[in-house]
Structures are given as C-alpha cells and as structure tokens.
Design a protein around this ligand. Sequence first.
Ligand code: NAD
Length: 508
Amino acid sequence: TQTVTEHFSEQLSLRARALLHGMGAELPTPGTLLARSPISGGILLPLTIDTPTTVDAAIGRAAGAFPAWRTVPAPVRAAVVRRLAELLVAHQGALAELVTLEAGKISAEALGEVQEMIDVCEFAIGLSRQLYGATMPSERPGHRLMETWHPLGVVGVISAFNFPVAVWAWNTAIALVCGDTVVWKPSETTPLTALACHTLLRRAAVDVGVNPEVHQLVQGDATVGHALVDDPRVALLSATGSVRMGAAVAPRVAARFGRCLLELGGNNAAIVAPSADLDLAVRGIVFAAAGTAGQRCTSLRRLIVHRSIADEVVGRIAAAYTQLRVGNPLEEGVLVGPLIDERAYTAMQEALVRAGQEGGVIVCGGERVDLIGPDAYYARPALVRMPKHTELVREETFAPILYVLTYDDFDTAIALNNDVPQGLSSSVFTLDQREAERFLSADGSDCGIANVNIGTSGAEIGGAFGGEKNTGGGRESGSDSWKAYMRRATNTINYSTELPLAQGIHFG
Ligand code: NAD
C-alpha cells in the first residue's frame, strides 16, 4: 500500500506532467536522470541524459544556425524574444508552479522569477536597437575611427538549480538579440523547468519564422557540461554555479582561448550602523537571509552590527524568525520552502556544528522540520552569533544560516565585509551619508553589488549583475553586459588621398 508521502509525490508528478503538457512540451524519453521535487523528495519524471554524441550534435546544430542568424538585423532578431515574452506572460503561472515543484521556491518568488524573465526579454528587445559602438576622433586628417559590435558565435550556458529559469533568460534573451545561438545545459536538479523554457523558445521561433535550431538544450550533470567547456565551437561559456565549478571550467576554457562569463558563489554581508532605521533594516535582513531558504547566490550570510545595537538587532531578527512559516511552498502563507536535497541539509548541519566548535552560539533555528516524509529537507533558518570572522564564516554554505559579528568602528566593518574570498553582494544600513558614501567608494565594499538601506538580494535586471574575486568577475543582464556576448572590431577608414601613418611615422 502507498504511504501518504508516496501518494503526495505521485500527485506532484502528475501535476508536473500536466504543467509540461499545458506548455506544449512533449514528455521526455525516460532515462536515468531523475527530476525530483524537494517538496516531498519524490521523483517527478525520469529523463534521458545526453551523451557525448548528442551534445556534439547539438553544438553542431547551434553552430550551423549561426552564420544565417548573425546576418539578420538585430531589431528583426528581437522578434523571437518578443514572442518568447508573450508566451512567458501567457504561461507565467504554469512555469512558476513548475519552478516551485522542481526547485522548492515559494509561489511568490517563483512568479517573481518568471517576471524577471519577462523583464529581461523587454530589456533585450529595446537593446536590439542600441548595440552601440563608439566613434573616436582620429589623429589623422581625412580619417575616421570607430568600433562595431558583431555576433560572437555559439554561447554555452551552464546554470545552477537555484534560479533554474531566470539565469537562462538573462543569457538567452541577450545572446539572441546579439546574434548568437545558444546551447543550454541546466542543472541536473532542474531539467523539467529547462524543458519547459526550451519548448516555449522553440515555439516562439517557429511562430515568428526563425530557425528553431538557434537554441539547443542538453541535459545531464558535470560530464555533459564538460563537453561544452572543451568544445572550440563554443565561443562564450556563461557558467553560473559554485566557485568549485568555476575553478574547474575557467582554466579549460582559457586553454582553448575561449571566453568565460562566470557567475559564482557569494558570501554576502550587511553592515548595520547605529543610525540605521531598524524597522526597515530588520525587514530587509530577514528577507535577504531567510528568503528562498538561504539558497540565493545573493542571500545574506553575514551581519556586521555595531556593538551598541547588536543585542537589539539580534533580538528583533530572532523574533521575526519565529514568525516565519516553514513548509510546503505551494501553500499560501509559507515563506520558507525546502532545501534542495539531503546534501544541502547535511552541509547546513555540519556548518552549525563547526560554528559551535569555533566559538559561535546558535540564537535560534537550524533544526529540521519534519513535514512531508523522510526525503524532504525543511529546516528553520538559523541565526548564529560568532565571536570572530572564522574560516567557516568565510565560506559559502548554501543554506539559511546568518552569522552575526560586531564592530566598533566603520573601517573595521568595511574590512570585515571585504575579508572573504567571494565578492558578490553587500549592503549597509545607515542614515549617515558619510558612511553610505564611504561604503560605495573605491575603498568601500569590494563587491559587484553594493547597496544602501536595502538587503543584498533581489537585484533588478536593469543593472549589470555579478561579482568580483572568487565570484568570477562576470556581468550579466542589464547595463552594458551585452558586450560580453559580442565581438568588437575597431575600424579605421581613410577618406583622404594621402596615407599618413599613426604616431607620425614616416616609412620610406
Ligand atoms: P553547482 O556548481 O553544483 O552546479 C552549477 C552548474 O554547473 C550545474 O549545471 C552543474 O551540472 C554544472 N557543473 C558543475 N561542475 C561542473 C564542471 N566541472 N564542468 C561543467 N559543469 C559543471 O552549483 P548549484 O549547487 O547548482 O548552485 C549553487 C551555487 O551557484 C552557489 O554557489 C551559488 O552561489 C551559485 N550561484 C551563483 C549565481 C551568480 O549569479 N553569481 C547565481 C546562482 C547561483
């Protein structure tokens, strides 16, 4: 007989099938890649893993589609992205629900993730008329100096489980208007949401008369990723995931003189100064630290609080934490969903044990909440006071743990913010303009994202997203991030009858 959990898992699986069907996806051929739901830990659907032969063929199709695609004018290329945005609007609820089923995000955050896809499509459509090159004054009479931006080639996209659809859209919407073709290898943990996105994009392409081969999907783990990493036809590898993954792929891409765009782990801090608006700060801190069950690259992991207000701030966060509902992310009112899998839960527990060994005190949280059977991992967000910046605190544990440290002077607070290998996001809560400006200045935060009176997570697509140091240095999404997806040519045009040489050189 079926247990209650098995029955529930079966319901989730049926729901996943129905959602895929509603988005026009054919059910995948069953194989050894098991899509699971962290909500119950049960299997949603089995899929086939790509082989070296099928990956090679997919890259071949993307490379084959590139020569024609690159000559389509950029504003015309935008039509496929515009159609994709329409389809995303039409299927926003279904895709978001699939994100919840497969990645465990609460419904509001899953809907927000799909909204981010729609937003970046709109950005890319506008961008298609703004792929500007500069002109520069030439030092020679009768000469013009300028740059032009051209499509690059095949873009390989490797993405992480925690933003299973938005990261793909950031890359793909921009890459397509830039005239590139795309081969996507999603996380092996989230193959179904990938299948849904791939289906919608191919349908968008067919609807507007674009060759659907401009986008390819390959499924599997790091082994399948390696094929993209090592293939010289992949001009740009855009890889999102752990620092460990980045360290493995970057040298291999460099060895073949390919380009990398790396979006790796973070270890994000917020400074809370004595002047801070604490009502606002606590709300910002709780969302950034406990939201998405601490599984955002920009999740708040370190709180650097002025000693004079530390007890009060810790007390207020602890009070807010006890109000957070942990549970099934499909249920209204739940704010913290499951961890992605057992490994994530084990890493969280190991970190909490180590925190104790390194002199830390757990203020609240950390315990498992047994809700939906033995294979689902729900944990209460943990708040831990640490006596100093230990090795553990300098690592990224991808789970909801917030370490609290104290400071006496602002220089120390900035030094602590920067004293980690990663450099993704950071914020300061202060009403003191000098502190805010100092934090944003050249000797302030060393991160790619530095915020004032707002948490570390939840970036808008209009800005460039990414971080420094071990976070990898890549920038995606808004501002001029598109430049990573194109190649630049510098052009000198002589419209005179003379041939003056640069630097005043006389030859012959
Ligand atoms: P992960 O590194 O385990 O996997 C990420 C992707 O890389 C997956 O598709 C995986 O199959 C692939 N991969 C892993 N090793 C590989 C290798 N050697 N060669 C080729 N491909 C390989 O990360 P995860 O657990 O899925 O995601 C969590 C991590 O991602 C966290 O560290 C988080 O901070 C980071 N992240 C960063 C950003 C960002 O924008 N900076 C965004 C989301 C997640």
